[in-house]
Design a protein around this ligand. Structure first.
Ligand SMILES: *Cc1c(COP(=O)(O)O)cnc(C)c1O
Length: 355
């Protein structure tokens, strides 16, 4: 049976991206050696990093004065590296979920943290609005897409101070005005590559402003100066990212990704709203187009496990909701086709007819 991969992360990648990466693992550039057994400083590998950085800049239209880094440690290490490098006295954080909370916890080790707003009281079912942003804070940290709860800030937030964003699960799904940000980061394993590499986009002139000593590996300047080659970077995930960036470009870039994402999400939310068995879990205006969360309506609650089995039996993979929300979550990253979403909708309609 054809499997349709709705995993939240690590997650779906285009078939040709996986095939190209697998081929390079067997024989890199006709060298007779695997990508796994060559030096990251080999003359054949440098062009991989260079092209990946160039495609980042091209696809996201990153202005001059920014660097693109490929690091280890996941988005979780960035929760610490961000305040290490940017928080001198005070930073503002928007609390929109588990990942934001983890970022806040780390920042508190470095200075004063103002939580500008939180939707914790309603299981993060909406994005707070109309909050005050302290203008004496060094940055406002946001999580643009809340992978677990299925809410998203898809329109650039208005902020009087520089933004820093965790874009782990919506990077490359839409155009972004990078000039509003001092830093954008994320784990690659949601919408960019396989697990193992973290991307960081950083504004060069925002670095070097804090007075504390920063350990070499945690100092962004080390990696800016070293071109992500200060130490051995995760070469296979970077190669995979390059293949995916090429794929995104060939598909029409970020405008096209945005259009696809909206098309998929509109279809699926329309079905969730129409189908008598289901309902969405977050406020309509904050619905994520990447992670679509829903539950069974109260009167059908006891069918939840049965529907899950039914969907799995029809080839749906990874639609069980996160344990903190329950129900279902269909993650629809760039590689998800409209047909894949249609198959899930068919499944929901068939199941409704049977009940
Ligand atoms: C998955 C995820 C993380 C954690 O990423 P790691 O690379 O596993 O550390 C952080 N933030 C968001 C928004 C995520 O979706």
């Amino acid at each position: 049976m054809n499997k349709i991969n709705f995993n939240a992360g690590p997650s779906i990648l285009p078939r040709e991206v996986i095939e190209a990466t697998a081929a390079a693992c067997l024989d890199f550039n006709g060298s007779g050696l695997s990508l796994m057994e060559i030096s990251h400083r080999a003359k054949d590998f440098q062009p991989v990093v260079d092209e990946a950085v160039a495609l980042f800049k091209e696809l996201l239209q990153i202005p001059d004065g920014y660097s693109v880094l490929f690091l280890g440690g996941g988005a979780s290490l960035q929760f610490c590296m961000v305040p290490f490098n940017f928080l001198e006295k005070k930073a503002a954080y928007l609390n929109t979920g588990v990942w934001a909370k983890k970022a806040i916890k780390e920042a508190k080790n470095f200075g004063e943290v103002v939580e500008v707003a939180s939707s914790a009281e309603s299981t993060y079912s909406y994005i707070p609005k109309g909050f005050d942003i302290p203008t004496d804070a060094e940055y406002l940290h946001i999580t643009t897409n809340n992978t677990i709860y299925g809410t998203e800030i898809r329109k650039e937030l208005d902020s009087p101070i520089p933004l820093i964003a965790d874009m782990s699960s919506d990077i490359f799904s839409r155009p972004v005005d990078v000039s509003k940000y001092d830093c954008i980061y994320g784990g690659a394993q949601k919408n960019l590559s396989m697990a193992g590499v973290t991307f960081v986009i950083v504004r060069n002139d925002a670095l070097g402003r804090v007075t504390r000593t920063i350990p070499t590996m945690l100092d962004y300047r080390t990696h800016v100066d070293g071109g992500s080659m200060f130490n051995t970077p995760p070469v296979v995930p970077i190669y995979c990212a390059l293949q995916n960036l090429r794929w995104i470009k060939s598909m029409g870039g970020l405008e096209a990704m945005d259009k696809r994402a909206n098309e998929r999400a509109e279809m699926l939310y329309a079905e969730i709203d129409r189908n008598k068995l289901f309902r969405g879990t977050v406020s309509a205006e904050d619905r994520s187009v990447m992670n679509i969360c829903f539950v069974m309506n109260d009167e059908y609650k006891d069918l939840e496990k049965d529907f899950l089995d039914y969907a799995v039996g029809h080839g749906m993979v990874g639609i069980k909701g996160h344990r903190s929300v329950g129900g279902f979550r269909a993650s629809c990253y760039n590689a998800m086709s409209v047909e894949g979403v249609k198959a899930l909708i068919d499944c929901m309609q068939e199941y409704e007819r049977n009940h």
